[in-house]
Write a protein that binds this ligand. Structure first.
Ligand code: PHE
Length: 353
């Protein structure tokens, strides 16, 4: 601030200039020493007021006011500065009240979880994992598995073909409609015994609706050795169902048909939602279909160069998407294969592990 021309006031100006150097304690003392109503230096200077003539008194009063305002501003500025310094000293230089960025927490997809669990149960029983390509030939997907050439599964409206007819003696290339061609690949790769589970994606020219998906997961199982019978199939698959669901889960085998197994069956488990009393999920039957199975057809063994007189075996095929629906009570298969993160997060949160 410039000099006022009044010595009583100008005497205070060095103190005004010194304010930015004061610490909190000195600032407090100095504020009272200058602006204090009774003892303050400014109050003291104002005592000269009555000694001035009326005109001069006005000017002096105005100058005194300017000095007072300058002190007030300087005290406030220094106070603010000291407060900011203290805040900086005790708190990190980041704004802790700023909302955090969302964290992405990964989780295993429910279908993958079911696949991993099933593979784990069969591993305990001595099964290895085998995999095969998703693009297969007609021979591996159908012919070697004993499908007759006029089987409806071979139709354009069931199977997604990738090439035109006649490219090789194995027929057209197609997207595999089941994981069963990997049975053939395993058996062609070496002599028995075989004990494998085969997880993978399969493709069908199916609608995308509550109970169908054109691309879905399967798990295949194959056990071939000397002396394997239907009792091994039933015992192993019953054990599997009770390991996967509850130890006391009721199961039943129903006769069925697959060209590559004879006899063929389907394994049902007690409905996991109503436990047998009947509900919309099991269409009031009390049962849920878990898998297709059967004794490997001798023709299939022969097609792979396996001696069907010496070796026998069984196989099964299961849709882990269906199984995940049963386990987590998911009414629509599109929720599992549709990739909607809101649904998947909910299922992941619902998982015990
Ligand atoms: N491959 C059959 C299907 O996709 C399932 C199956 C596999 C049945 C193995 C019996 C034995 O429907």
């Amino acid at each position: 601030m410039e000099a006022t021309g009044y010595p009583q006031l100008d005497a205070l100006l060095p103190r005004l200039a010194a304010i930015p150097t004061l610490d909190a304690q000195a600032l407090h003392v100095e504020r009272i020493a200058v602006l204090g109503r009774k003892q303050g230096a400014l109050t003291f200077a104002l005592r000269a007021l009555p000694t001035f003539a009326a005109e001069e008194r006005k000017r002096f009063g105005a100058e005194a006011n300017r000095v007072k305002e300058s002190f007030e501003a300087a005290f406030a500025a220094r106070e603010y500065e000291l407060a900011a310094q203290t805040a900086g000293a005790v708190r990190p230089a980041i704004d802790l009240s700023m909302p955090a960025r969302g964290r992405w927490i990964g989780a295993i997809h429910p279908v993958t979880r079911v696949v991993d669990e099933i593979v784990g149960i069969f591993r305990e029983l001595g099964f290895a994992v085998a995999v095969g390509p998703e693009a297969e030939t007609e021979w591996l997907n159908f012919g070697a598995l004993n499908f007759p050439p006029d089987h409806p599964a071979l139709d354009m409206h069931d199977t997604l073909y990738l090439t035109e007819a006649g490219q090789s003696d194995e027929g057209r290339v197609l997207l595999r409609t089941h994981t069963s061609p990997v049975q053939i690949r395993v058996m062609q790769a070496g002599p028995p015994p075989y004990r494998v589970v085969i997880p993978g994606m399969v493709y069908r020219n199916d609608p995308w609706d509550a109970s169908h998906a054109p691309a879905f997961a399967q798990i295949e199982g194959l056990a071939v050795d000397e002396g394997i019978g239907l009792v091994d199939l039933k015992a192993t698959l019953t054990h599997f169902a009770r390991r996967f669901f509850e130890p006391a889960t009721k199961v039943r085998f129903r006769p069925s048909y697959f060209p590559f197994t004879e006899p063929s069956g389907e394994l049902d488990v007690e409905c996991q939602i109503c436990h047998g009393s009947g509900c919309p999920a099991c269409k009031q039957t009390g049962w849920m279909e878990l898998l297709g199975c059967g004794m490997v057809h001798p023709k299939v063994l022969q097609n792979c160069g396996v001696d069907a007189e010496r070796y026998t075996g069984w196989a099964f095929g299961l849709g882990p998407g269906r199984t995940a629906q049963q386990r987590y009570g998911v009414p629509d298969i599109r929720l599992l294969y549709g990739g909607d993160m809101r649904f998947l997060r909910r299922i992941a949160g619902q998982d015990p592990a």
